[in-house]
Design a protein around this ligand. Structure first.
Ligand SMILES: [Zn+2]
Length: 220
C-alpha cells in the first residue's frame, strides 16, 4: 500500500537514499535484492496466494527482499504476490514520524525548502494472516497501491479488526488493530485473494482510475 503523504511530498525520495546507504553497510550480511513490482493489468495479481507451510531460509530471503522492495518504492505495505511469489506473506511498515528526531531540511522540491520529521522504522511481517472480528463501524481512507501507481481512491473498510498471523519462525500471534494499521493489513490481505483496492470502487470509478493510469504511463 502507498500512503497519501507519499504523494504530497518527496520525503520518500530522501528517505530511500538513506536506505541505499544502509543497504551498502549491510551487504556483507545478506544479499538482498529489490524485486520487480507487478502492476495492473498483469493477471498474476489475480492469483489467490497459497498458505506458507515451510518456514525456511528461502522464506526469510523473500521477506528481506520484500522489505527492501517496499522501502525502495516507497510504500508502507507489500504482499508477496506483488513481486510474483503467490504465498500468504505480507510486509508492513507504517513508518510513523519520529518525534525524538531533529527535523531534516528537504531539498527535493528544487526552489522551496521546508523540513520533514524523520520517520521511525517499524517493520512487521505477517504470514498466513487471518482477520477475526471485523468491527461493524467502518472508516474511509484514501488508499494507493504499488501495483496501481499514482492512483489514489477512498476505500471503506472495517475500522477495527483482530488479526491472527504467524511470524518467520511459524509462531502464531494475535492482536487488535485500528487506524492505518487496520486499513493497511486489510488492503494487503486483499492481495492474497487477488483483489486490488480499485476492485472496491464502482465500475465507473475503477474505469476512470485505470484510464488515468494509462494516460500517466503514456506521458512517462
Ligand atoms: Zn496494494
Amino acid at each position: 500500500m502507498k500512503a497519501l503523504w507519499r504523494r504530497r511530498c518527496a520525503r520518500g525520495v530522501r528517505w530511500a537514499e538513506g536506505w541505499v546507504e544502509n543497504r551498502a553497510q549491510r551487504s556483507y550480511l545478506a544479499q538482498m535484492a529489490i524485486r520487480e513490482i507487478i502492476e495492473v493489468p498483469d493477471p498474476r495479481l489475480k492469483v489467490v496466494s497459497e498458505p506458507v507451510t515451510t518456514f525456511d531460509a528461502a522464506l526469510k530471503t523473500l521477506v528481506e527482499d520484500m522489505f527492501e522492495t517496499m522501502y525502495d518504492a516507497p510504500g508502507i505495505g507489500l504482499a508477496a504476490v506483488q513481486v510474483g511469489a503467490p504465498l500468504r506473506v505480507l510486509v508492513i511498515d507504517l513508518q510513523p514520524d519520529d518525534p525524538d528526531a531533529e527535523p531534516e531540511v528537504c531539498t527535493a522540491h528544487g526552489g522551496h525548502s521546508h523540513t520533514h520529521q524523520p520517520v521511525k522504522r517499524e517493520p512487521r511481517v505477517f504470514i498466513n494472516p487471518e482477520i477475526l472480528d471485523p468491527s461493524e463501524e467502518h472508516s474511509v481512507y484514501s488508499e494507493g497501491c504499488l501495483s496501481v501507481p499514482e492512483i489514489y481512491a477512498e476505500v471503506e473498510r472495517p475500522a477495527r479488526i483482530r488479526a491472527r498471523w504467524q511470524d518467520l519462525d511459524g509462531k502464531t500471534h494475535e492482536a487488535d488493530m485500528d487506524g492505518l494499521m487496520a486499513t493497511c493489513l486489510q488492503h494487503e490481505m486483499d492481495h492474497l485473494e487477488g483483489i486490488l483496492f480499485i476492485d472496491h470502487l464502482s465500475r465507473l470509478k475503477r474505469q476512470m482510475a485505470l484510464k488515468k493510469l494509462d494516460k500517466l504511463r503514456k506521458v512517462a
